[in-house]
Ligand binder design. Structure first.
Ligand code: UD1
Length: 416
């Protein structure tokens, strides 16, 4: 296990380039399975989750070639439809491979996915959507076997706008017979990116970004190249890192329309934000103002930003209240922040943060990806040295985090 060693107290200044979106890359990499051919992807972040997805694709029979930020995937020889259990356990989003394999082979065998421990994270909505499409789902001692003679377009109403279930339902429907309509669909920008990718391949998907998505089945897809959208959660995280250190910096390769709720909350906390086509400039105040946040499905405030905002608000003036409405176990990191002098109390879905003037360096432990990022933020702000251990969680989702922060003036090193 590796650690970050951070000497806090440096104001972040300069320019940082945001990477391609993790949550967009993962379903798009899975979607390359749909076309028995070649896909070229640009702007895929080089992080552990994308590497894991490539490894699973290779296990299934694909060829993956990585060169100068360009990824070439040849899926023409994929004949397997079983996802190895050990790889499935390493990453929650491996579950979207099920929809892609079903579309390609009408068969998929997989197990319950792993990933960050932030709640129960069932996959019942994914499986219900498959069943609606005429797919048989058999569960046997943790192994899930899905198969269909034919996948037939149907109406699918999701009980909750789950991002993964929406993506899986789309993937399973692209090559189906007839039209699928998904209602109460997730509206996240990553779903629009998936739609754009699939349509470039020759699929007929409309409505992504709204709560109703329509997929007209097609018979064949074609080879394409595609540029993944920027990572809105990485962008939001950097805005918070800069704001918390009273910094002044510019983010490049961002789409500000994807992070409106994040920008609004930073402005409420008295940051100045100037947006341009692909850039965002942030100028932080001398001391941030406390704010209240409720996480919601998109276009609400993203749950993935909850921990990083909470960490930023530990040194704000006043008391902030956070309500987490998406995952039931997403406050583990608060105990670690309290070791550094934060004053956070958690009660059920709510966290109350009493702003304090200073945090102090300590040895803290990452419990999940975004929780880990919140500890890095605290380390950047704290007086003295912070050691954040178990950073493998953080490396799953942030590309070159230490290098990017160093470029902005932070003092952060990796210790193996
Ligand atoms: C995706 C994101 C993750 C983000 C989350 C919510 C990826 C790779 N990950 O995760 O970063 O935090 O969206 O924005 O894109 N649920 C069920 N049954 C299901 C599926 C989900 O009850 O079958 C529940 C979950 O337990 C959770 C809520 O629905 O409480 C939202 O989950 P979902 O939107 O599915 O998140 P993911 O797709 O796993």
């Amino acid at each position: 296990m590796s650690s970050y060693i951070i000497e806090g107290g440096k104001r972040l200044e300069g320019t940082v380039k945001i990477s391609g979106s993790k949550n967009s890359s993962l379903p798009i990499i899975a979607a390359t399975i749909l076309n028995a051919g070649k896909t070229t992807l640009y702007n895929v972040p080089n992080i552990q989750d994308t590497q894991m997805m490539f490894k699973i694709l290779e296990t299934l029979g694909a060829k993956v070639e990585k060169k100068n930020g360009k990824i070439k995937i040849d899926t023409s020889k994929i004949e397997k439809y079983g996802i190895p259990e050990d790889l499935m356990h390493k990453m929650r989003s491996s579950v979207v491979l099920a929809g892609a394999l079903l579309a390609r082979h009408k068969k998929a065998i997989f197990s319950y996915p792993g990933g960050c421990d932030i709640g129960a994270r069932p996959i019942d909505l994914h499986l219900k959507a498959f069943e609606k499409l005429g797919i048989n789902v058999n569960q046997n001692h943790g192994s899930i076997e899905c198969s269909a003679e034919k996948i037939k377009g149907e109406k699918i109403n999701l009980d909750f706008p789950s991002v993964g279930a929406t993506e899986n339902a789309i993937l399973a429907s692209v090559l189906a017979e007839g039209v699928t309509v998904i209602t109460n669909a997730a509206r996240e920008p990553e779903i629009i990116d998936l739609q754009n990718f699939l349509n470039k391949m020759g699929a007929k998907v409309i409505g992504a970004g709204t709560d109703e998505i329509q997929i007209e089945g097609v018979k064949k897809l074609k080879d394409v190249s595609y540029n993944i959208m920027p990572d809105r959660i990485e962008a939001g995280s950097f805005l918070c890192f800069i704001a918390a250190t009273k910094g002044n910096a510019i983010l490049e390769n961002v789409n500000y329309t994807h992070i409106t709720p994040i920008i609004n909350k930073l402005e409420e906390a008295e940051c100045e934000i100037i947006t341009d086509k692909n850039t965002i400039k942030i100028v932080a105040p001398k001391r941030l103002k406390a704010i209240d946040i409720k996480t919601m499905p998109y276009p609400g405030f993203p749950t993935d930003m909850q921990s990083v905002f909470a960490s930023m608000l530990t040194t704000a003036k006043g008391t902030s209240i956070i309500v987490e409405n998406i995952f039931e176990n997403r406050y583990k990191y608060t105990q670690e922040l309290n070791k550094m002098g934060a004053k956070i109390t958690v009660e059920g879905k709510s966290a109350v943060i009493r702003g304090t003037r200073r945090l102090f360096g300590a040895n803290v432990h990452s419990t999940d990806l975004r929780g880990g990022a919140s500890l890095v933020l605290a380390g950047l702000v704290a007086k003295g040295t912070t050691m954040v251990d178990n950073i493998e969680y953080i490396l799953r989702g942030y590309e070159n985090l230490d290098e990017k922060l160093t470029k902005l003036g932070a003092n952060i090193k990796i210790e193996k």
